[in-house]
Design a protein around this ligand. Structure first.
Ligand code: ARG
Length: 265
């Protein structure tokens, strides 16, 4: 298990590209750093190797490595960020993946006609199935570019609530057969489509708004933000080891545990 993270050295709320972000509500820099380090520690304690990539001044959301791209074997599909505020992150992520020996499968820096796509923030594997979020950041046509996954394995999931603008804010596979989710974040059609593919455990609204679904799953360990007691108990009763950790400084930007990580294998 390998996870990519990026230090929050230059993290902050410098613009507003989702309804959680408010430039007047600043982050506490040292608290953000300690919350990030704690997450890194829990991930390592769960037996995963954390790879670090350098942070870059001027790109405050780079800490959210989930949005770097989508990893598949030794291939990386680089993100084509919807907002210009994040587009400048891509060359740095590209450089890291090239150095790490990945093949760049889709490169929006070379091919400008690639539709918008925000990586593992919007596309999540459960076994061989890829749950493909769209509606706010990712353009559904993007998924036509992924030719190495059979069409029937790609489940298109339309998001409707701007507070749940990436699929990883409202859906989290636990393994090949089960996922937690906040159903109201999806259109009725997409709810049905998801239900047809995987067994689901619903998270209540209050906990979904505390980013309960933004969980890091490392085999039987699950890391999620504090203040999600009901789903934590449910997951514990299912046999998972639940770790909860403070994420207040990242929720101000519309992210939490999972957004701060990118699974590399
Ligand atoms: N402020 C960032 C944005 O709006 C947060 C990204 C959260 N990432 C995620 N994978 N949900 O893009």
């Amino acid at each position: 298990m390998k996870i990519l993270m990026c230090s929050p050295e230059f993290y902050g709320i410098e613009y507003e590209i989702n309804p959680w972000m408010n430039k007047k509500i600043k982050t506490d820099h040292s608290l953000a750093l300690s919350q990030w380090k704690k997450l890194q520690q829990i991930i390592s304690d769960c037996g995963a190797k954390v790879e670090l990539m350098p942070s870059v001044k001027g790109w405050p959301d780079m800490v959210f490595t989930a949005n770097a791209g989508l990893v598949f074997d030794s291939k990386i599909i680089l993100s084509h960020f919807k907002h210009k505020e994040r587009q400048g992150e891509t060359p740095y992520f590209k450089e890291w993946f090239l150095k790490a020996g990945y093949d760049i499968f889709i490169d929006p820096l070379k091919d400008k006609r690639i539709p918008a796509f925000e990586g593992a923030g919007d596309a999540l594997f459960a076994g061989e199935k890829l749950f493909c979020g769209y509606g706010f950041r990712t353009d559904p046509h993007f998924y036509e570019e992924i030719t190495f996954i059979p069409k029937e394995k790609m489940i298109l999931c339309e998001l409707v609530d701007p507070y749940f603008y990436h699929i990883d804010t409202c859906f989290c596979p636990l393994n090949e057969e089960q996922a937690i989710w906040y159903p109201e974040a999806f259109t009725k059609d997409s709810q049905q489509r998801i239900q047809d593919q995987i067994e689901l455990i619903a998270v209540k609204e209050e906990e979904a708004r505390h980013f309960a679904c933004n969980a890091v799953v490392l085999d039987k360990n699950i890391i999620l933000p504090k203040n999600c007691p009901e789903i934590s108990t449910t997951l514990t009763n299912m046999g998972f080891t639940v770790h909860t950790t403070e994420m207040t400084e990242y929720i101000k930007a519309g992210g939490a545990c999972k957004c701060l990580t990118l699974r590399l294998d």
